[in-house]
Design a protein around this ligand. Structure first.
Ligand SMILES: Cc1cc2nc3c(=O)[nH]c(=O)nc-3n(C[C@H](O)[C@H](O)[C@H](O)COP(=O)(O)O)c2cc1C
Length: 189
């Protein structure tokens, strides 16, 4: 059996070749402290170790992602959806220090702003935001602040839904990790 992440990477490669803008991102779903579901779009990175997301520790989603998360992708170009349940493992600070340098300038400065003003906190208006961003301290040379973090996602359940079927009947398969081995089941779509 093909391992589900190999399949994911192959499908994602096809979506990238088709210039699908959704190929770069996922929807990250968490549960907040009040038990409410929360979802947002994040860039989904491929590392040699697997899938990873980058986020700031000042955001509530950081605490919500310490144990388990769900992610979802949908690539219209190839008509394939993935849903995954994953354990999270924090990426080492050395990795963040290096990869953070590749970020564009504005996200870098935003990460420094979050050191004083958490992501998602309220400002009176956009003008105040721009002023705070301008005033935010940033060392020279610019290095990653402590709040810049990343998580390796370690899936243990992967569901693939392929809409691209000649007879119109979607193909839905669920892979579950049992010990060392993946088991696959076909589900009614
Ligand atoms: C295409 C796209 C990519 C995004 N990538 C990221 C990302 O990699 N990391 C991130 O923290 N937020 C990213 N965001 C912003 C998040 O969706 C979200 O608005 C922000 O992180 C605040 O979420 P929170 O309220 O859960 O903290 C992205 C948004 C879009 C539309």
């Amino acid at each position: 059996m093909q391992r589900p992440l190999q399949r994911f990477f192959q499908d994602r490669q096809l979506a990238r070749q088709a210039q699908d803008p959704m190929a770069a991102v996922c929807v990250l779903a968490t549960v907040d402290g009040a038990g409410r579901p929360q979802a947002r779009t994040l860039v989904l990175r491929d590392l040699p170790e697997g899938l990873a997301i980058y986020l700031n520790a000042s955001s509530p989603k950081w605490q919500q992602s310490q144990d388990r998360v769900a992610i979802q992708t949908w690539w219209p170009s190839v008509q394939i959806q993935y849903r995954m349940q994953a354990r999270c493992q924090e990426l080492p600070a050395e990795h963040i220090a290096e990869s953070w340098q590749l970020r564009p300038d504005v996200p870098k400065r935003m990460d420094w702003l979050y050191q004083q003003h958490p992501q998602g906190s309220v400002v009176s208006d956009r003008k105040e935001l721009l002023q705070r961003l301008q005033d935010a301290p940033a060392p020279q040379p610019l290095v990653a602040p402590t709040g810049a973090r990343g998580l390796l996602l370690i899936p243990d359940e992967v569901e693939r839904l392929d809409l691209n079927q000649d007879n119109g009947i979607h193909d839905r398969q669920r892979y579950e990790l049992r010990g060392e081995h993946w088991q696959v089941q076909t589900l009614i779509p």
